[in-house]
Design a protein around this ligand. Structure first.
Ligand SMILES: Nc1ncnc2c1ncn2[C@@H]1O[C@H](COP(=O)(O)OP(=O)(O)OP(=O)(O)O)[C@@H](O)[C@H]1O
Ligand SMILES: [Mg+2]
Length: 331
């Protein structure tokens, strides 16, 4: 075992141009281009659409946009479209007047109003029920709204940052998401790459989370075992950075000396050897499908559609698993 000295990585300083991004760890080109876009768009009032799998850091990036914007001193208010049942959505979001509905004993401002002059972070926007979408569209077009039970039209001075882990274009195709709303949201999309597409960030993140949890737990850990790091680098991280964070926290809890290790049983059972087993199973499945589609990945008869996964996901798996799709082309 060749332990890797955690301190060798030093402090990560994401200093992109004049703007530094506190708390955002990583040096990969994927993350750096995200931060370049953040720096550019933060200064404007433009609507931003954050696209990325679960745990990739959408909320962290939304916060960075707000904190680098002229609205930084005003509130950042989050509203999760999937956390509020459809029946309560309107009153939670737009607010309501006293007596607007049974149980509305007092008037209450909505999340939108609380975000006035600041930034509204609309999370999981793909979950917004179809019947509520025209209301959001109107807000974006006219920047006006009414509280439930009120006819007084109010102005909303907000900057909108929306996020989703869904493929909005596909939802539009299925009639689940209005195309006019989609175009209003898709002014400045930022795609946050999954962790498996920026593996060089893994050691930095392991370092960052190890230090964080070791400090919290009053432990001293200065190195991470080479085998542990190899396993962590090899895993495909379906839960992205949140999953890595949880794994490191468990390892720090289990650590009995100053070396961070992945002992069997410490990690979710799929991690470590099974990661490789899973990869080889997945490789065989993808190769079999490519054989059937003559190497075609995209399109209605391509391997992605037939496996039921987005083209970009399959393409990145093909790269990660080092599959040569050209070998399946039939002449
Ligand atoms: N680059 C990063 N550096 C440090 N911590 C990060 C980074 N990216 C994400 N995290 C951390 O990982 C966790 C998940 O990030 P976040 O909640 O922003 O993800 P998300 O994309 O909003 O996920 P979900 O779609 O599940 O809501 C958070 O604790 C966040 O602080
Ligand atoms: Mg989130």
């Amino acid at each position: 075992m060749f332990p890797v000295n955690l301190m060798a990585f030093g402090e990560v300083n994401n200093d992109i141009g004049e703007a530094a991004f506190a708390g955002i760890v990583g040096q990969s080109s994927g993350l750096r281009s995200v931060l370049q876009l953040v720096r550019k768009v933060a200064a404007t009032n433009a609507t931003v659409l954050l696209l990325g799998e679960t745990g990739t850091g959408k909320e962290l990036i939304a916060r960075a946009i707000h904190e680098h914007s002229p609205r930084q001193k005003q509130p950042l208010v989050a509203f999760n479209c999937s956390a509020v049942p459809g029946s309560l959505f309107e009153s939670e979001f737009f607010g309501h007047e006293r007596g607007a509905f049974t149980g509305a004993h007092v008037q209450r401002p909505g999340r939108l109003e609380l975000a006035d002059r600041g930034t509204l972070f609309l999370d999981e926007v793909g979950e917004l029920p179809l019947e509520l979408q025209p209301k959001l569209l109107r807000l974006l077009q006219e920047r006006t709204y009414e509280r439930v039970g009120s006819s007084r039209t109010r102005n909303a001075d907000i900057r909108l940052v929306a996020a989703t882990n869904q493929n909005l274009e596909a939802l539009v195709g299925e009639g689940q998401f209005r195309s006019d709303l989609y175009y209003r949201l898709n002014v400045f999309p930022i795609r946050i790459p999954p962790l498996r597409e920026r593996r060089q960030d893994i050691p930095l993140l392991v370092n960052h989370f190890t230090k964080k949890y070791a400090r919290q737990m009053g432990k001293r850990i200065d190195t991470v075992s080479e085998t542990a790091l190899q396993s962590l680098m090899g895993w495909h991280w379906p839960g992205n950075i949140r999953e890595l964070q949880n794994v490191v926290e468990r390892c720090v809890i289990m650590a009995e000396d100053e070396v961070l290790r992945l002992e069997p049983g410490v990690l979710p059972s799929e991690v470590q050897p099974a990661a490789r087993r899973k990869d080889s199973g997945q490789k065989a499945e993808i190769e079999a499908m490519l054989r059937e589609t003559n190497g075609r990945v995209a399109g209605p008869h391509g391997a992605a559609a037939r496996l039921g996964v987005p083209v970009t996901t399959l393409a990145s798996r093909i790269r990660a698993l080092k599959i040569n799709k050209h070998q399946f082309h039939q002449i």
